[in-house]
Design a protein around this ligand. Structure first.
Ligand code: ACM
Length: 559
C-alpha cells in the first residue's frame, strides 16, 4: 500500500511536470494559480534588498528578513520608508520601488489596497530583476511572503535560485484557525509565539486560546486576582492514561496582562487575531475552587480538577446567583479590554446540568425567570455574556451547545460535535466555524498504533485533508455562512511542547490546504508528494512531527 502510494505520487509529479509547470512546486497550501512565465531564474544574493511601499509593511519585510537569516543564514537588508503617505498605484513612492532592469535586484512588497479579497496577492519572480509581491491588503502581502518562503530551499548554505513564476492566490475561507488548550497543560509564552509562527507559515489567521477550564484559570484578571493566585494551580497531576498514577506535585502557570499584550502584538504582526476563550457556565471547577459560593453546592469542598472529562461527579457549573452574574460582567469586560480582536469565545460546551436540576435555589431562579428547562438556563447565561461583550462592541463565539435553548443571530457557532450541529447553526442563520472533532482534533492519535499523544483516534492525515468543510445540502445563501474551519489541540495527554508539535504536524499542513485552497486545487495525491518537502521544512524549523503517514506498518493497519 505504501509503495503504491509513493508510485502514485511520483506519477502525479511526472504528470505535473508535463503541463505548464516545468517542475512541480511544493507550496502548501496550494495556490489558486501558479504559472511558469519563462526559462530564466532569479538568484537571491547577499546584497538583495527587501523594499516596501509603506511603513505598515515593515512587519512582512522583517518577517522575511528574519526567516532568511535564521533558517538559511542569509541576512538581507530591508528598506522601509519613514512616512506612509504614498500608497496608490501610479504614485511616485510605489513606482520608485518598481523593479527595473539594470538596478540591483530586490524583493519588493506592495500594498495595492484594491478592495479585493482580503489576503489575496500576486507574486512574480522576474529573472535578473527580482521578486515582486503585491497584496490586495497588508495580509495579502504577508501571505505572498509566505509563498515565497515555500519556494526557498529547505537547507541553509545555498543562495536560493528561484524559477520565473507568477502566482495568483487568495484564500477560500476568511476564517482559518488553530486552537490550543493551555489549561490541561500549560505552555510558556515562548512556545505560544512559536505556535503562532506555525500558524503564520500556513497562512492561518485566527489563534483560539483556550484559557480556562476545570483544571485551571490561566489568564490574569485584575478584577479578580484570586482567579490566578489560587485557580491557576492544581494540587497534583495524574500521570499516564486515565486513571493514571497520582503525582502529588502542584502544577500551575498563567499569563499576565503583559504576556497577553506581547502575544497579541506578536500575532498581529503575523496577521493573526487572537480569540480568548473563557469557558462558562460548565467546565468551571477552577472558578469554584476559588469562589465556592458561586456553585450550587457551596458547602462542599472544592478544588481544581486533577484529571479529565466532564464532571458529573464534581460540581463544575456556575449557579445563577447575582454575585455570579456580577463576576461574569467583570471578567468578560476585562477580557474585552485586554484583547483588541473582534471576537470573544464563551465556551458553553458540556455543561453538566444535573447540578442545576438538583439545586432548589436554581430551580427557583428558573421559575422566576420563566426558564422552562436547564437548556434555557444555559441560554440565559450565554445571553448575559453576549450583552456584556456586545456592549464592548465585540462579537460572541461559542461551542455548538450554545444553540440549545436559542441564541441571537449575531452569535458565531463553533461546531465541534457532528457536522449536523454545524448545519443546524447555519440553517438558523449563524456564521459557523467547522472544527468537527472526528476530523479536526489533532490530539487524536494519527494512526492506530501510535501511542505518544493519548488513547483516542485514529485521525489520519488523509482524513484531515478530506474533511468536507461545507456540508452537503446547504443553499447558496447558507454556504455563505460557513466562515471557515479550525484545528484543535486539547492537551490532556500533551504535557510537553514536543508532543504538541508531534500532534499538529503534519496534520495542520493538511488543514491549511483544506481551508485555503480552492476545491478544484485540492488533490490528495499531490499533497502526499508535497508533504515530503514539508517534513524537511519542519526539520528546518526545529519542529517535531509524526511520521505515521510514512510508516508502512501504520498505513497497513489503518486500512
Ligand atoms: C469540546 O471539545 N468540548 C469543545
Amino acid at each position: 500500500m505504501y509503495l503504491k502510494k509513493i508510485m502514485a505520487a511520483t506519477l502525479a509529479a511526472t504528470a505535473l511536470a508535463g503541463q505548464a509547470q516545468e517542475k512541480p512546486f511544493n507550496i502548501i497550501p496550494e495556490p489558486v494559480e501558479i504559472t511558469v512565465t519563462g526559462q530564466g531564474e532569479f538568484q537571491i544574493q547577499r546584497n538583495t534588498m527587501i523594499r516596501v511601499s509603506e511603513p505598515a509593511l515593515a512587519s512582512s519585510a522583517m518577517y522575511l528578513a528574519d526567516y532568511m537569516d535564521r533558517y538559511l543564514g542569509i541576512p538581507l537588508q530591508t528598506e522601509i520608508p519613514k512616512t506612509g503617505k504614498s500608497r496608490r498605484k501610479g504614485n511616485p513612492a510605489v513606482e520608485a520601488i518598481t523593479l527595473k532592469p539594470g538596478e540591483p535586484a530586490c524583493i519588493v512588497l506592495i500594498n495595492r489596497k484594491n478592495g479585493e479579497v482580503s489576503g489575496g496577492y500576486q507574486l512574480e519572480i522576474i529573472p535578473a530583476e527580482g521578486i515582486r509581491i503585491e497584496g490586495n491588503d497588508e495580509a495579502g502581502v504577508f501571505y505572498g511572503v509566505q509563498t515565497l518562503i515555500q519556494l526557498l530551499p529547505t537547507r541553509a548554505g545555498v543562495l536560493p535560485i528561484l524559477p520565473a513564476v507568477k502566482v495568483n492566490d487568495y484564500p477560500r475561507f476568511a476564517y482559518r484557525g488553530m486552537h490550543l488548550d493551555v489549561v490541561r497543560h500549560f505552555f510558556p509564552v515562548s512556545f505560544i509565539k512559536k505556535y503562532i509562527d506555525y500558524l503564520a507559515l500556513h497562512k492561518l489567521n485566527y489563534f483560539h486560546w483556550h484559557l480556562t477550564d476545570d483544571q485551571a484559570w490561566r489568564v490574569e484578571m485584575k478584577c479578580h486576582p484570586e482567579l490566578t493566585e489560587k485557580g491557576s494551580v492544581r494540587e497534583g497531576e495524574i500521570l499516564g492514561l486515565y486513571p493514571g498514577k497520582y503525582q502529588p506535585l502542584p502544577y500551575g502557570g498563567y499569563y499576565t496582562h503583559e504576556d497577553v499584550r506581547e502575544i497579541v502584538r506578536y500575532a498581529a504582526e503575523r496577521h493573526i487575531t487572537v480569540i480568548p476563550e473563557i469557558d462558562i457556565p460548565g467546565h468551571c471547577m477552577a472558578v469554584l475552587a476559588t469562589y465556592p459560593q458561586f456553585s450550587t453546592t457551596p458547602d462542599e469542598p472544592k478544588k481544581a480538577a486533577l484529571t479529565w472529562g466532564i464532571f458529573n461527579k464534581f460540581s463544575n457549573v456556575l449557579a445563577p446567583k447575582p454575585e455570579v452574574f456580577d463576576f461574569l460582567k467583570d471578567v468578560f469586560s476585562e477580557l474585552c479590554d485586554l484583547f483588541p480582536g473582534q471576537y470573544i469565545h464563551v465556551g458553553g460546551d458540556e455543561c453538566a446540568k444535573r447540578w442545576w436540576q438538583e439545586s432548589e435555589e436554581t430551580q427557583q431562579f428558573m421559575r422566576e425567570h420563566e426558564l422552562k428547562d436547564e437548556k434555557a438556563l444555559q441560554s440565559y447565561f450565554i445571553h448575559y455574556v453576549q450583552e456584556v461583550v456586545n456592549a464592548k462592541g465585540k462579537t460572541l463565539i461559542g461551542w455548538d451547545e450554545i444553540l440549545e435553548g436559542g441564541i441571537s443571530e449575531d452569535c458565531i457557532v463553533m461546531n465541534w460535535r457532528r457536522p449536523e450541529f454545524g448545519k443546524k447553526a447555519v440553517r438558523t442563520n449563524h456564521r459557523t466555524i467547522f472544527t468537527c472533532s472526528a476530523w479536526s482534533y489533532f490530539n487524536l492519535k494519527e494512526s492506530r498504533i501510535q501511542s505518544e499523544i493519548g488513547p483516542r483516534g485514529p485521525l489520519s492525515l488523509e482524513k484531515v485533508y478530506e474533511f468536507q468543510i461545507v456540508p452537503d445540502s446547504l443553499t447558496t445563501e447558507q454556504q455563505e455562512l460557513v466562515w471557515g474551519a479550525q484545528g484543535c489541540l486539547w492537551t490532556e495527554y500533551i504535557p510537553t511542547t514536543w508532543k504538541a508539535e508531534f500532534a499538529i504536524f503534519p496534520r495542520m499542513s493538511a488543514l491549511a490546504e483544506n481551508v485555503w485552497s480552492p476545491l478544484e486545487k485540492k488533490d490528495w495525491i499531490n499533497f502526499t508528494r508535497k508533504v515530503e518537502m514539508q517534513f524537511e521544512r519542519y526539520e528546518l524549523w526545529g519542529a517535531r512531527y509524526s511520521e505515521a503517514f510514512f510508516r508502512t506498518q501504520d498505513i497497513e493497519r489503518k486500512r
